[in-house]
Design a protein around this ligand. Structure first.
Ligand code: MTE
Ligand code: HPA
Ligand code: MOS
Length: 753
């Protein structure tokens, strides 16, 4: 059986279930280990005075940093490791204490006293907009004269709504272990999506060359974007402790500290007006998408960029003006979270579609179909990149058929007529999600492949494993490249010492980038091996084939063959290298930031969904009864893994849109710092009738690895159908997110029912 395309289990499935999989905190602790704990600000804004530790406590502050007190991913210096002068958010790290045990460290941290003269915090997005508290200049994507086209349109609609943030709630909180070695070297084990940035930021904070800071990560216990930039400062803090004490230091954030001190999904505020005609065709749209970036830039420019490039989603609007604002507030700095601004971006058109449906009396489904990008509408986005209109329509049509739209509408109407308090509703959604990093230089990857003389293979690549199944996919690619069974390929920990200068594993590009890099490495070794076999058998190297663990002459009537292992051994005898690096950079992508035009994505991943809910109008509670999803995965590398990603992402999206509510009090203190106050969805929130399908016969048209497509983030957005279903069930005009029972009740009251 061919390795690529097989529904193989996650390489650590059994180890995850039995507890044998080792996460950073499971590694044997090195002798002399010190445990670290952070001292976090109890106020959101203020002036920092003296910081005092009880006698005998070893405390590090900004004054102890030998390099730069700068953990900003941009290197712009707008985010310190430890606060100095001004406190900018509740939960901001002020100092770190070190102790022999973790409990002692936590107790000592709690006993540290920081003098802070409080200042009024800026918390509210509207107020931040009014005060023009921007983290960066507004970004605008525009085509045509939207304002004039709205004035000229036969009908208009307008809206305003909000979407909340989201806590990553990875099960393994942020952790790093730093071990000092010879000559000032500090080896870091980090639960990170971005080992190279851990290396860079630790280097910056310590004033050390990168070559002295090897960083490794075998796996994360979940990340979801929360370990793209935030893992770096946690690791830098541990490295600082190791540098100063000369002893190994482990920093593992308790859940409460993790939730207080690390960034979340950006909350957004939306305002829009649109013009349409009586057929539901949207002619023009003006919208502002305002993101709460928190106190520093972090990755906010990229998040706003993605929200803008996804604000029209898979729809065409001829005249548009989309403005993205990044607001600075006294909140923790918001960061990457599955979808990276895409989920926030695609919400906009949902509100527009509902507004146009109300104005015209059409169904939201009819308005969708009327406005899909691609013939007869324009296929290009306002920034100039073409969408594949046929794939949008195929995913949609297949999902609509799966969902049985017309029959279900009739059933739901009958149910609602028979129930005084319960209301069922059906909602839909369609998606085009761009794949590639918005930052061009991040679209590169490296890999290292060794073949040993017994024919076993060791694979290392720049991607990190966070549960998404990247390692098994890349191993499948390598097994396929060598024509060997998957169990010949050994998956190893990500390490900056083996594959340097990597991008984060993010933007769903892990298997695209690292799959290609590993394929290129494997092809380099295979080419040399083929030449050895060709010389042995006196045939051209092109006639050597690798399949089913064997190497053979692929010519009719020629039966010469040997095992892959025999050839590997032969290569060694012939003094031929069995090791190679592989490299890949995504072709064709480009962006002009001045014009806000270009083709920033290598391709788009498409999808569609329907969800049915039942709402209790007395309590505002709901359940998702059924979901039908169609997700484009190209020619899937591994349909079992992809299905898991689709189901998990959908439920995580449900959480963001319905039950996960972050709460800051009027003084800017985060009050949702644990599972008792912050509700993530549980297994019983997943739709009991959950129909997931990969779009069939849809190999990527672009030269992706084996024509597969990314899957990590896109299906999170398919949960948007739940929002539409809740609005359909309740008949309310506006339902801010997350649509908690309280919000549903308030919306019902506003509607006067
Ligand atoms: N799946 C699991 N189990 N755990 C995770 O942390 N992160 C998601 C997604 N799926 C995540 C996950 C996010 S935010 C991204 S960008 C992708 O995985 C990254 O991995 P990939 O590029 O290999 O798909
Ligand atoms: N997605 C996720 N992380 C990123 C991106 C992106 O598009 N750009 C930079 N970091
Ligand atoms: Mo994912 S938000 O790109 O780490």
């Amino acid at each position: 059986m061919s390795a690529v395309g097989a529904p193989l289990p996650h390489d650590s499935a059994l180890a995850h279930c039995t507890g044998a999989a080792r996460f950073a905190d499971d590694l044997p602790e090195p002798p002399g280990l010190l445990h670290a704990a952070l001292v976090l600000s109890p106020v959101a804004h203020g002036t920092l005075g003296a910081v005092a530790a009880p006698p005998g406590v070893m405390m590090l502050t900004a004054a102890d940093i030998p390099g730069a007190n700068d953990i900003s991913p941009s290197g712009k210096g707008d985010e310190p490791l430890f606060a100095t002068g001004t406190i900018r958010h509740h939960g901001q790290p002020i100092a770190m204490v070190l102790a022999e045990t973790r409990d002692a460290a936590l107790r000592a941290a709690a006993a540290v006293r920081a003098e802070i003269a409080p200042l009024p915090p800026l918390l509210d997005l509207d107020e931040a907009i009014e005060r023009r508290s921007f983290l960066m200049p507004p970004q605008t994507i525009a085509r045509g004269d939207a304002a004039a086209a709205i004035l000229a349109a036969p009908m208009t609609a307008a809206g305003e709504f909000r979407a909340g943030g989201q806590e990553h709630f990875y099960l393994e909180s942020q952790i790093a272990l730093a071990v000092p070695g010879e000559d000032g070297e500090i080896a870091i084990t980090s639960s990170t999506q971005h080992p190279t940035e851990v290396q860079h930021i630790a280097g910056r904070v310590l004033g050390l060359d990168y070559n002295r800071i090897p960083v490794a990560c075998r796996r994360m216990g979940g990340a979801f974007g929360g370990k793209e930039s935030n893992a770096s400062w946690v690791a830098a803090a541990a490295a600082l402790g190791a540098r100063i004490t000369g002893r190994p230091v482990k920093l593992r954030l308790p859940r409460k500290a993790d939730m207080a001190a690390t960034g979340k999904r950006h909350p957004f505020l939306y305002r829009w007006r649109a013009g349409c005609d009586g057929t539901g065709r949207i002619l023009a749209l003006e919208a502002t998408l305002a993101a709460d970036g928190g106190h520093s830039l972090d990755l906010t420019p990229g998040v706003v960029f993605r929200s803008l490039t996804h604000a029209l989603n898979c729809y065409d609007v001829p005249a548009v003006r989309l403005t993205g604002l990044a607001l600075r507030t006294n909140s923790v700095s918001h960061t990457a979270f599955r979808g990276f601004g895409g989920p926030q971006g695609v919400l906009l058109m949902e509100d527009v579609i509902r507004g146009v449906a109300r104005a015209t009396g059409l169904s939201p489904e009819a308005v969708r179909e009327r406005n899909f990008a691609g013939a007869p509408n324009d296929a290009a986005t306002p920034y100039g990149q073409a969408l594949e209109g046929d794939l949008i329509r195929r995913a949609w049509a297949e999902c609509r058929a799966d969902a049985g739209l017309e029959a279900r509408r009739a059933e739901i109407a009958a149910f609602n007529a028979a129930h005084p308090f319960l209301r069922r509703g059906l909602g839909s959604f369609a998606l085009a999600f761009g794949i590639s990093f918005g930052i061009r230089h991040l679209n590169q990857a490296g890999a290292l492949v060794h073949v040993y003389t017994d024919g076993s293979i060791r694979l290392n690549h720049g991607g990190t494993e966070m549960g998404q199944g990247l390692n098994v996919k890349v191993a499948q690619v390598v097994a396929e490249s060598f024509g060997v069974p998957l169990d010949r390929v050994r998956i190893t920990a990500t390490s900056t010492a083996e594959v340097p200068n990597t991008a984060p594993t993010a933007a769903s590009t892990g298997s695209d980038l690292n799959g290609w890099a590993a394929h290129n490495a494997a092809l380099a070794v295979r080419g040399r091996m083929a030449e050895v076999a060709a010389a042995l058998w006196g045939v051209p190297a092109e006639d050597i084939a690798f399949a089913e663990g064997r190497v053979l002459v692929a010519r009719p009537g020629d039966n010469r063959a040997m095992s892959f292992a025999d050839l590997a051994h032969k290569c060694w005898i012939e003094r031929v290298s069995l090791s190679a690096t592989g490299f890949y950079r995504t072709p064709d992508i480009h962006w002009d930031p001045a014009a806000m035009k270009g083709e920033p994505f290598f391709y788009f991943s498409y999808g569609a969904s329907f969800a049915e809910v039942v709402v209790d109008t007395l309590t505002g509670e709901h359940r998702v009864l059924r979901a039908d999803l169609v997700q484009d995965c190209g020619r899937s590398l591994n349909p079992a893994i992809d299905r898991g990603q689709i189901e998990g992402a959908f439920v995580q999206g449900q959480g963001w849109l319905t039950c996960e509510e972050l709460f800051w009090d009027e003084q800017g203190r985060q009050r949702t710092l644990g599972p008792s106050t912050y509700k993530i969805p549980g297994s019983r929130d997943a739709p009991p009738d959950f129909r997931v399908r990969l779009l069939a016969a849809a190999p990527a048209r672009q030269a992706t690895i084996f024509r597969s497509k990314a899957v990590g983030e896109p299906p999170l957005m398919l949960a948007t159908a739940v929002w539409n279903a809740l609005i359909d069930a309740t008949g309310v005009a506006r339902l801010d997110l997350p649509a908690t029972p309280e919000r549903v009740l308030l919306a019902l009251r506003a509607k006067g029912s």
